[in-house]
Design a binder for this molecule. Structure first.
Ligand SMILES: Cc1cc2nc3c(=O)[nH]c(=O)nc-3n(C[C@H](O)[C@H](O)[C@H](O)COP(=O)(O)O)c2cc1C
Length: 210
């Protein structure tokens, strides 16, 4: 069997680094940002519930208001855009829409849809912390895809967990249903990211079991 490796994908993954010094005053065209998000939302999600929303901030005054909330990390104002990736803690409420569409398209029988929706709702009702855990787990995939898609468009990024989530909620009027999972800066590097290293494959792989 021959193995075909898509070297473009590997290249983009290896080129992505967390940029903190951006060229200022450069806008990302709206169409490019839309294309990046359109790629990001091809991410997988449990039951295809698509537990994500994105608050995009490109206005300079609005970025400045995020600065103290992000503990004065300067990249927030220098970057062309800040994207707040939100996780949906009530993604079970999307099930009817997601599967209704599948039924209308003729890909699923109505009874199968009803059984699926019922399973999903029971999981959310009966599993401790399901809403919050699934929100974080699933929205994180979209966040990673967003950074890779940006890099494929020649746009650098930086993931950030360093912010006051409650202050961010107030500033952006984020409804209780959603939790901020990650803040992303997007833009054009002024300086390359710090060099980082990784543990080796042998250090991170446990073969078969601990
Ligand atoms: C969940 C998460 C939170 C992070 N928070 C911050 C942050 O608040 N500020 C920052 O400068 N970098 C932050 N980073 C970036 C990491 O420091 C960076 O990914 C790591 O050092 C590896 O470097 P690389 O992404 O350039 O390969 C965060 C990364 C992740 C995944």
């Amino acid at each position: 069997m021959t193995t075909v490796v898509d070297s473009n994908v590997i290249h983009v993954m290896k080129q992505r680094t967390s940029v903190r010094k951006y060229q200022t005053g450069i806008e990302i065209p709206q169409d490019t940002l839309n294309q990046i998000i359109d790629t990001a939302i091809t991410a997988p999600s449990a039951w295809n519930l698509q537990h994500w929303k994105f608050v995009t901030i490109q206005n300079q005054d609005n970025k400045s208001r995020i600065l103290p909330i992000a503990f004065n990390q300067q990249q927030v104002v220098d970057a062309s855009a800040v994207v707040i990736v939100l996780g949906d803690t009530k993604a079970n409420e999307n099930a009817e829409n997601v599967y209704g569409e599948t039924v209308r398209a003729g890909f699923m029988a109505e009874e199968v849809k009803n059984a699926m929706v019922s399973d999903i709702n029971s999981y959310y009702k009966n599993t401790e912390h399901a809403g919050i855990h699934d929100a974080i787990r699933n929205a994180s995939f979209a966040a990673m895809q967003l950074m890779l898609a940006a890099k494929a468009h020649g746009i650098d990024s930086g993931p950030m967990g360093g912010y006051d989530a409650e202050a961010l909620r107030k500033e952006l009027n984020i409804p209780d249903r959603y939790i901020p999972v990650l803040m992303l800066t997007l833009g054009y590097a002024e300086q390359p990211a710090h060099q980082t290293s990784r543990f080796s494959v042998d250090q991170v792989v446990i073969r078969e079991r601990f």
